[in-house]
Design a protein around this ligand. Structure first.
Ligand SMILES: [Zn+2]
Length: 150
């Protein structure tokens, strides 16, 4: 990290709109809830520590190699958070996760929350697990052809 990185990173523009913005909003909302409860801040304020965490989260998000096609983070093989931040953000999410639902029900929180509290498998499986298909419901058609006639 150098001082040069302190200036507005053009990549951060990517989280100003589109699907990544939603994620950025979610992170920020949760960091705020956490900070307000633990560090006595209010409104849009964040304490320096939490501000740093939020900035870090935004940077990770803006650098996500999957861009707009970002998969659910939980399935992601890229462990993009440094351990220290990962731990911190997990704590924030565990605390703020259930609370943010009431404040910002629209934000797709579960998605993000899982991303950091669930450890993804190291290797992708060959095939996704097959979902048991819903039993076939007999239609009027196949019932009719099968029926015993009186
Ligand atoms: Zn704080």
């Amino acid at each position: 990290m150098t001082d040069a990185q302190q200036q507005e990173n053009p990549r951060l523009q990517r989280i100003k709109s589109g699907p990544l913005k939603r994620e950025a909003d979610t992170v920020l909302a949760m960091v705020r809830i956490y900070c307000h409860a633990h560090h006595g801040t209010k409104g849009d304020e964040l304490c320096p520590d939490c501000q740093e965490l939020a900035d870090y989260a935004f940077k990770r998000l803006s650098c996500c190699p999957f861009k707009e096609e970002k998969p659910v983070c939980a399935k992601c093989k890229v462990h993009c958070y440094k351990p220290a931040y990962r731990e911190k953000i997990s704590e924030v999410m565990r605390f703020a996760g259930p609370r943010v639902m009431f404040k910002h029900p629209i934000l797709s929180l579960e998605h993000l929350w899982k991303s950091l509290t669930v450890t993804p498998p190291e290797k992708p499986r060959g095939k996704p697990k097959k979902v048991t298909p819903i039993r076939e419901v007999p239609t009027a058609d196949n019932v009719a052809t099968k029926g015993d006639h009186p």
